[in-house]
Design a protein around this ligand. Structure first.
Ligand code: HEM
Length: 467
């Protein structure tokens, strides 16, 4: 991984993969298509802290329970806008996700936006969420063939955040051609995610078309969002409706300033990027387990049927969602086994040590690989198994503290956590209440890595439940 801010000179003693080559580094042992899954395998062999080096650029990978807890300590470490995130800067600029810690707009936007993401605030979005999920179940009711699950759930969550966040529909669920904006966003994410950029000159030689397309997509995405903002500011009958209104109307109590138009555009694009694929793929992973583990699906359905005994689309009220404890454990366990944001970057705030023996200079950075940390042996001998019961109140106390971090850590942790839980729960509740899910017997879980982890090729058939 390339990052110009890493000044690590300390890594000679860190374990690293075998077959390291001069100059090229660990190229023989790197999986460029599934880098996080390969690193998670290597963690089993190399231990809780190790180094991967490609073309002279080192990356320190942290996976062990104690080491993760150490780098999560805000007094010594902080968020690092790592290489993967800087590639999103052309799209989302100083939006919350990609803002540098030093940028004043982060604190300003965080203060203004925090009230929109509290648990009680979810009541404001509940209607938009249930309406959109209802459209999905209507669609599945009339789809006898196999359903491409990640494609559908991605359209769903994109639509939910657009409707709840800025009262706009891209019509992505209804239309199989999801429209030029959604396509531009998908291309942008794919562009930001190319792994080939560790290969010197690869882009210059092979990717000229890609760069032209990237510029066009970027301009288009910015123009569409600018139009939405302009239409709202010019609306003489505007009343408070959504997150866009909040951003337009609020003043930061610290500075007395408002968010400027470019920053508001960056935040909207940030929510679409950070808040759609992550939730969508979590729903997809959960559906994979629920369709292949009838025992677990039955316990979730028992909880749902008790609350909504008739066959009608369930009248899920805002207050119901927090009471679906069995379903919640399924979601928690899905995010443990497959944290759809597979890791996050941290950097040292000052010269420091890790695990009592590795020295780090100020600004040296590490990647916390959640995919491995969430399966550390400290989770027990069944750490690789899907077992929602590990989140039962009695067993939860025995789990390793401070290492379950699917939403990141500290002040830069996910602002959309409650939103994600709410939309995922409503979606899974409605789908399980309405349908029996037939899994494809030939499917083996194939996890593809883009900016997120995704169960690639997952398809299901949905049969209306008979009661
Ligand atoms: C299951 C779903 C989700 C997962 C697994 C997830 C995961 C994460 C993680 C790990 C981070 C920290 C990144 C870092 O430290 O660099 C993060 C940050 C963030 N997420 Fe999420 N996220 C999810 C859903 C959402 C949703 C629904 C939204 C918006 C509606 C959202 C908006 C954000 C934003 C704005 C940040 C940056 C916060 C800041 O730095 O101030 N996320 N998310």
């Amino acid at each position: 991984m390339i990052d110009t801010t890493s000044t690590t000179e300390l890594s000679a003693k860190l374990p690293h993969p075998r077959f390291r080559l001069p100059l090229l580094g660990d190229i023989l042992t790197t999986d460029f298509a599934k880098p996080c899954q390969r690193l998670a395998e290597q963690a089993r062999e190399l231990g809780p802290v190790f180094e991967q080096k490609l073309f002279g650029y080192p990356a320190i990978i942290v996976t062990g329970v104690e080491a993760v807890a150490e780098v999560n300590d805000e007094s010594r470490w902080e968020k690092h806008v790592g290489h993967v995130l800087t590639k999103l800067r052309p799209l989302a600029g100083d939006g919350l996700f990609t803002a540098y810690n030093s940028e004043p707009n982060w604190a300003k936007a965080h203060t203004i936006l925090a009230p929109a993401f509290t648990k009680p605030a979810m009541a404001n979005y509940h209607g938009a969420i249930t309406d959109t999920v209802r459209e999905l179940t209507d669609l599945w009711s009339t789809t006898p063939e196999w359903i491409d699950v990640p494609a559908t759930t991605n359209k769903l969550t994109f639509e939910i955040i657009a409707r709840a966040g800025f009262s706009h529909s891209f019509g992505s669920l209804a239309d199989s051609h999801s429209g030029s904006f959604v396509e531009a966003m998908v291309h942008e994410l794919a562009y930001a995610n190319r792994r080939t950029d560790v290969l010197p000159l690869f882009d210059k030689v092979f990717r000229r078309d890609g760069r032209d397309r990237h510029q066009a997509d970027l301009t288009h995405a910015h123009a569409v969002v600018d139009d939405i903002i302009e239409a709202r500011t010019g609306d003489p009958h505007r009343a408070y409706r959504d997150i866009l209104d909040l951003m337009l109307d609020s003043v930061d109590p610290e500075t007395g300033e408002r968010l400027d138009a470019v920053n508001i555009r960056n935040q909207i694009l940030t929510f679409l990027v950070a808040g759609s694929e992550t939730s969508a793929n979590t729903i997809a992973f959960a559906l994979h387990y629920l369709s292949t583990r009838p025992d677990i699906a039955a316990s979730v359905r028992a909880e749902l049927d008790e609350r909504w005994p008739t066959a009608q689309f369930p009248d899920v009220r805002y207050d119901d969602v927090a009471k679906l404890r069995t379903l919640r454990r399924v979601i928690d366990e899905t995010l443990r086994l497959w944290p759809t944001g597979p890791g996050y970057f941290r950097r040292a705030k000052q010269d420091t040590t890790l695990s009592g023996r590795y020295r780090f200079a100020k600004k040296d950075w590490v990647l916390v690989l959640l995919l491995a940390a969430h399966r550390d042996p400290a989770w027990g001998p069944d750490a690789d198994q899907f077992n929602p019961d590990r989140f039962l109140p009695d067993t939860i106390r025995r789990l390793p503290p401070r290492v379950y971090k699917p939403f990141g850590t500290g002040p830069r942790a996910c602002i959309g956590r409650q939103f994600a839980h709410h939309e995922i729960a409503v979606t899974l509740a409605a789908l399980l209440h309405q349908f029996d899910l037939e899994s494809d017997p030939s499917y083996d879980l194939d996890v593809r890595e883009t900016l997120t982890l995704k169960p690639a090729g997952l398809r299901l058939r949905a049969h209306r439940r008979r009661r």
